[in-house]
Design a protein around this ligand. Sequence first.
Ligand code: AMP
Length: 300
Amino acid sequence: MRIVRSIADLRVLLKTLRAKGKRIGFVPTMGYLHEGHGALVKQSAARCDATVVSIFVNPTQFGQGEDLSKYPRDLERDQGLCLDWGATVLFLPDASEIYPSGFQTFVEPGGLAEPLCGQYRPGHYRGVATVVAKLFNIVEPDLAFFGQKDFQQTLVVRRMVRDLNLPVDVVVVPTIREEDGLAMSSRNAYLSEEERGRALSISRGLLAAEVAFHAGERKVAHLLEIARAALTEPMKGVDQLQYLELVDAQTLDGHQGEVDRTVALCVAAYVGATRLIDNVILAPSHDEAVLNVTLSPGQA
Ligand code: AMP
């Protein structure tokens, strides 16, 4: 595995690979890697001839008062994991490489960036879209891998790829969870043992709603109530439920009444000072075609 820090060196290396006809996969990350990232890298390694993993804690996607400066880092461990998972190149740019002085051009996503996290993290998806577009232009991957854990992000990135005609296929990989259900996240490292116990109410609520859905429950209000009950259970729930919403899985429009299409049940919540997000996709069985479109070819 090669470790590359400059855009110029990466371009030279990838040009050689491409000249040999290698299919290039790309996994953008912010580091402090876990098996969720591992699923993306392994899928890229299985489907592509060379896999580029980037680790870049992107300042433009953090708002004021967010955790940019204390975002967890362990580069040595990350390198070992990337090697084990089958990465070919680890790209480790510093902030001045990606945002040299004078930088002033951004990608502005549209309506998909407005609901859910967009309401609470103004500018977040502008930062995400900008850095992902830049990384796509730097790496020029054939395939790029993203996690369903950040469901809104996958829609914003896919829309950007279509709207800007970026020549890359976006693959969405299902959320990897700890054995007890907690969605893996670099931010789980912030949780005390007591908080981690209560963070479990997030997946417990989502999975309870999912079970009810598969048992035939279609009323949006009931599904939300099932999830909310677990999330807000006294002593066992989260400290602050930022949002719990059931939205159309393609448009992110709020869904009311009965579920008659593929929807996403999405949560953001604070446990202590840590903000966690999670989601499940609920697809009426007749709607599998939609699920295939929403997720990725071969994934549903
Ligand atoms: P991050 O390092 O948190 O920016 O995440 C980098 C990529 O890994 C994003 O595409 C995330 O959606 C994905 N990812 C993070 N956690 C998980 C998870 N638990 N399962 C699957 N993918 C994940």
